[in-house]
Design a protein around this ligand. Sequence first.
Ligand code: SAH
Length: 254
Amino acid sequence: MLDSLSQIRIVLVNTSHPGNIGGVARAMKNMGLSNLVLVQPQEFPSDKADARSSGAVDILENAQVVASLPEAVAGCGLVIGTSARSRHIPWPLTSPRETAAQALSEASQHEVAIVFGREDRGLTNEELHQCNFHMHIPTNEDFSSLNLAAAVQVAAYELRVAALAMAEQGAGVLQGDKPQWGTDWDIELASNDELERLFAHMQETLVDIEFLDPHNPRQLMPRLRRLYLRARPDKVETNILRGILSAMQKMLKK
Ligand code: SAH
């Protein structure tokens, strides 16, 4: 039961306090999550993390430590960034409950990542621009930032409640009246790393055709990222876009 929870990765970016990593491990294990990925933690492994995990050391022992966010979310078909405040270019915003329903309704098709930021300054815009959606936990507007482990706890609780409902009543219970993306699609959705390769190729081609000025890029790439991450192209669509870019580059070389 609740196998779908094993498809959900919790990603912590650049955490400074090992105690928080322990607190996250505890929150995850309480809710039946097991897949923890750490992007450049400042101090790990650590006795402080073990102590705060209160016995969830298996989660810490199995945690994967990686050098970058793209590595942490490689292979995922859905990536959700989390943020305590609104950002310059707003991304599609979800609540923890909507996030859990979306994540679990897609978990049979691909892995899902939920990404949490640094204690002092959260996720950078660049990191948030690698995500399909942004999840905001509704908090007091004058005091909106939760402790990292507390934020993971809220998300993990909603995931568990949604997984229990799904196990009892079937996947349909999570769909509500909202259209679901990425479910029952004929072709598998592109994974995050495939989309990152598309963006790199797109940027290169836009510079080649002198549409993008590398010395004054403005918000062109973030705007295009938002468009494609929101549209969630499948593998074939992504290949078509890559093919168009290659044809343009070939033409330029003639
Ligand atoms: N001062 C930082 C907040 C850091 S809190 C900022 O202004 O962005 C550490 C992390 O906990 C955040 O990066 C986010 O992943 C999570 N978090 C804290 N409060 C949150 C909230 N209200 N909604 C969503 N995530 C939150």
